[in-house]
Structure formats: structure tokens, C-alpha cells
Design a protein around this ligand. Structure first.
Ligand code: KIV
Length: 291
């Protein structure tokens, strides 16, 4: 039964499926969605309430991103985010999802410096986030990370990889700019993405890469759904930073973001509009960021 919108003296509240009506999101379910061509939706959340609201809006994956450095801590990059901060916010989000009897899949970012030393260090850091309630960890970069991904996956830790603009290496990249533009850079990104899939990564975030390149990668990576952010509409799913899509940003709003709050009556309504737009392939509009 489709829930009907509830009315209140202050407007119309958006309808959302009751938790009991939805199946918990699991790795097999995400694989099934990918195989069936259903777009995967992801949003960041850093606290219990927003995570529960995102789940109620139908968002399948909640990412406790290290973007919390900028969003919650006022930092100018993700480099200063600690493992302890990630553990704390992951625990808050996991608690909120549990209280709401939510179904979302919870991913937590391994922060800068918490997996760079050795694969054993990565395992220790991942264990902290998994014990805080994460179902999967995300780490940035290709090449040297492949062995780490394999090591974690072999020990039962699902991994989401992240290529393209990798914010933890913003200083080495020279700023927040599009990656994989040249033939050489695109070829390297393709090699790294295939290696990460072969190492067992179950998802791959592609951030700020040309739409054509991410479309090719999405087609080629049959076992690893791509989740785009500023990477065109062809990816298997999309992710946005929560505060960006609600139109709240202390800095410069990235060009690829849409303010879903502008046309919504509530935060949950904005999230539902995002879910629908992604599912129907209406977001993002490639022409707006044809890199
Ligand atoms: O930290 C974060 O929010 C992220 C997303 C931008 C993908 O990694």
C-alpha cells in the first residue's frame, strides 16, 4: 500500500514508506539493484536525526563522510579529520538508524592517515568503524590501496573505493578540480578502477570525473557499482553531501550540486525529491557540468 501524504495545519508532510515495508539494504540487495539497473541513492549524514530522516525518505546508503570536517567541524579540508571523530559520528548515525528501525546501508569513511601506513593499520581503523556500527568502509585512491582493499575484503570487511577527486589528497592535486581529463589520466583511472574491482571493492565512488569516462567505467565494471558525485548521470548511483543538497554550504557550492530544498517543503521532502530524481535519471543534468 502506498502511504498517503499526511496534512497538518502548517502544510503537507511527505509520505514515506514505513520501515516495516522496506527490506534492509544488504550487499546482495545492492548487487541485485545494480544488476537490474536500478539506481542506488546515497547521501551523507553525520548525526542520528538526519540519518533517520534520510532513511525514511528512501535513501538506500548513508555515508558518514569525512566531509564532516567541513560540515560539522568548520575545517577547510578533510585532512584534519581523525579516526576518533569518524568513530563518534558513525556511532551517532548507527544509533539513530537503529532507533528508527531503519533499513539503510551504513558506510563510514576511513579518514586521512588511518590506512596509509600499512594494511594492518587499515584493518585496525576499519574495525573501529565497523564496531561503531558501519556496514562498509570507504577509502580513497588507487594503485597502492588495491592491496589494502584485498586485505580488508578477505577479512570480511566490505569496501567502497573512491577515485577521481580524492579530497584527502587535495593538496597534492592542487585543489578541488576535475580529474581524468587527459587521455593519460583517464587511462590510469580505468586501470586503477579495474584493479579495485578485482581486489573485491563492492562499490566505487567517482568524484568529479568527466561524464563520458564515468559512463565507460560504469559499463565496464560489472561487479562494482559506480556512485557518482559530479561524474554525470550514467553512474550506477549518486551521492551528495547532505548540507549541499539542502542548500547549506559555508564555502563555495560545487557546480554539480542541486539545491533540492529550494522546491521542497521539508528536509524529508527534499531528500525524497533527490531519491526520485536519481531513480528516474533526472539528476544530475549532464549539460550543467559537461567537464
Ligand atoms: O566525505 C564525503 O562526504 C565523501 C563524498 C563526497 C563522497 O566522500
Amino acid at each position: 500500500m502506498t502511504p498517503t501524504p499526511a496534512s497538518s495545519p502548517y502544510g503537507t508532510l511527505p509520505a514515506s514508506p514505513a520501515p516495516a515495508q522496506r527490506k534492509p539494504i544488504s550487499l546482495p540487495r545492492l548487487r541485485e539493484m545494480h544488476a537490474q539497473g536500478e539506481k542506488i541513492t546515497m547521501l551523507t549524514a553525520y548525526d542520528a536525526t538526519f540519518a533517520a530522516v534520510a532513511d525514511a525518505a528512501g535513501v538506500e546508503c548513508i555515508l558518514v563522510g569525512d566531509s564532516l570536517g567541513m560540515v560539522c567541524q568548520g575545517l577547510s579540508s578533510t585532512v584534519g579529520v581523525t579516526l576518533e571523530a569518524m568513530r563518534h559520528h558513525t556511532e551517532c548515525v548507527a544509533r539513530g538508524l537503529r532507533r528508527a528501525q531503519a533499513t539503510a546501508w551504513l558506510i563510514a569513511d576511513l579518514p586521512f592517515g588511518s590506512y596509509h601506513e600499512s594494511k594492518e593499520q587499515a584493518l585496525r581503523s576499519a574495525a573501529v568503524l565497523m564496531q561503531a556500527g558501519a556496514h562498509m568502509v570507504k577509502l580513497e585512491g588507487g594503485g597502492w590501496t588495491t592491496e589494502t582493499v584485498q586485505f580488508l575484503v578477505a577479512r570480511g570487511i566490505p569496501v567502497c573505493a573512491h577515485l577521481g577527486l580524492t579530497p584527502q589528497t587535495v593538496h597534492a592535486l592542487g585543489g578541488y578540480r576535475v580529474q581524468g581529463r587527459s587521455d593519460e589520466a583517464a587511462a590510469l583511472l580505468m586501470v586503477q578502477a579495474h584493479a579495485l574491482q578485482d581486489a573485491g571493492a563492492s562499490m566505487l565512488v567517482l568524484e568529479m570525473v568527466p561524464a563520458a569516462l564515468s559512463a565507460t567505467l560504469t559499463e565496464e565494471l560489472r561487479h562494482c557499482p559506480t556512485i557518482g558525485i559530479g561524474a554525470g548521470v550514467a553512474t550506477a548511483g549518486q551521492v551528495l553531501v547532505l548540507h549541499d543538497m539542502l542548500g547549506m554550504n559555508l564555502g563555495k557550492m560545487p557546480k554539480f550540486v542541486h539545491n533540492f530544498m529550494a522546491e521542497a517543503h521539508s528536509v524529508q521532502g527534499a531528500m525524497q525529491a533527490y531519491v526520485q530524481a536519481v531513480k528516474q535519471g533526472r539528476f544530475p543534468v549532464d549539460a550543467l557540468h559537461a567537464w
